[in-house]
Design a protein around this ligand. Structure first.
Ligand SMILES: Nc1ncnc2c1ncn2[C@@H]1O[C@H](COP(=O)(O)OP(=O)(O)OP(=O)(O)O)[C@@H](O)[C@H]1O
Ligand SMILES: [Mg+2]
Length: 376
């Protein structure tokens, strides 16, 4: 029998025998021809010895893809939150908005100068004129240590993202930052599956290219019957696309008993283990108050709700990635309005940075206020 959450049969097919990491594909469509069998879900912490993909140099940074199925499970929220955590630990971080269906990082961080950071970077990369210095110039500084390559300004501008540019871009992002965090679109259609010549496959090329390059793929799903079903199916599709040894970390977002029943942690963990062979999901509680504050102020969670439960979950994810170590280059400072940085004994951040952040926070609210007035 499948798992029932509330009145929903979340997984309608019976689980296969022998659940465990080798059952990653337990409840999925049959494997595609020519695609190697999916690898075991990773155990342990992906940050420990996370292998770099591609032809990377020793001191190149890591590339993290944040992907999740359709239904707004929280890809952008996770990408922004994680990038901000890494920056706060003192790691030079680049956040890239590669979602060609619903780019929103610029608005979420109040970087609304109308430029398309990614589009310009890709044009220059394809022409061979992009280097690390130019890339840094195209990426706007959102917070100390955190630069952002904003996405296409309107979804209709998706043709600005093309494969030759993307292929040249990733080695440069690795050289420009210790961590590159990429907010991907939900679409996973490969060119071979494209039908009707509607350009759907080319539109998803930014996501596919990111997934191919990433050292770690963070897969986010929403903790409700529909979101969990999509997550399990999405993991299966993703595994068919990714190289078999690519580490994947699952994040289940908006965990709440109202949508899955009592003891939601246990229920969700059990279901994922049984039906997707996932053993170590990060569970992020539903936290609408903290997230609304972040939305309104156009700032990451660690800037506006440092002690909130959702932010604490983000911290444990960041600790998994970095093994809890701040960067050696720049000690973390409490000026980012983050209590935990204080607890770590970091030096105070420079006054200048604090002032800048206040200005940004105010600008975010004012800008949102304008948008709210427009839609009233
Ligand atoms: N843990 C959480 N608790 C409460 N609200 C959350 C949480 N995580 C995300 N949200 C909210 O859910 C909404 C959708 O999140 P987000 O925009 O990150 O999703 P997405 O997957 O990027 O969606 P899209 O398909 O639009 O790109 C946002 O309003 C966000 O503030
Ligand atoms: Mg998004």
């Amino acid at each position: 029998m499948g798992v029932t959450i509330g009145r929903h049969d979340v997984w309608e097919e019976p689980p296969a025998a022998g659940n465990g990491p080798d059952r990653w594909n337990a409840r999925t469509d049959p494997p595609r021809r020519g695609v190697p069998p999916p690898a075991a879900a990773p155990s342990g912490h992906p940050g420990e010895g996370l292998p770099r993909q591609g032809n990377c140099r020793r001191d190149d940074g890591r590339l993290l893809a944040v992907w999740g199925p359709t239904g707004a499970p929280g890809r952008t929220t996770l990408a922004i939150g994680l990038a901000a955590e890494l920056a706060q630990l003192g790691h030079r971080t680049l956040l890239v908005d590669a979602d060609t269906y619903g780019p929103s990082v610029a608005q979420r961080l109040s970087l609304m100068n109308g430029s398309t950071g990614l589009g310009h970077a890709l044009q220059e990369a394809a022409r061979g004129t992009l280097d690390v210095a130019r890339l840094r110039g195209l990426a706007e500084e959102a917070l100390p240590g955190l630069r952002v390559l904003t996405g296409v300004p309107r979804p209709s501008r998706w043709p600005d993202t093309d494969l030759p540019g993307l292929r040249s871009l990733w080695p440069l992002t690795r050289r420009s930052a210790a961590w590159t965090v990429v907010d991907c679109g939900f679409h996973l259609e490969t060119p071979a599956e494209a039908t009707g010549g509607n350009g759907a496959s080319r539109r998803g090329v930014a996501t596919l290219s990111t997934l191919q390059e990433a050292d770690l793929v963070l897969v986010v799903g929403q903790a409700d019957p529909v979101g969990l079903t999509r997550l399990v199916r999405g993991l299966s599709e993703l595994r068919a696309l990714l190289p078999p040894d690519r580490p994947v970390q699952v994040v289940v977002n908006r965990l709440r008993p109202g949508a899955v029943g009592s003891a939601p942690e246990r229920r969700v963990a059990l279901a994922l283990r049984r039906y997707a062979g996932v053993h170590d999901p990060i569970l992020v509680p539903d936290d609408p108050v903290a997230h609304d504050r972040a939305l309104l102020r156009a700032l990451p969670l660690n800037q506006v709700a440092a002690d909130s439960p959702a932010r604490q979950a983000l911290r444990s994810l960041t600790d998994r990635l970095t093994a809890g170590r701040p960067s050696e280059g720049r000690p973390p400072g409490p000026g980012t309005r983050c209590g935990s940085a204080n607890r770590r004994g970091g030096r105070p951040a420079p006054q200048r940075a604090r002032g800048r952040r206040r200005r940004w926070a105010g600008a975010g609210e004012a800008r949102h206020e304008l948008i709210l007035r427009m839609v009233r």
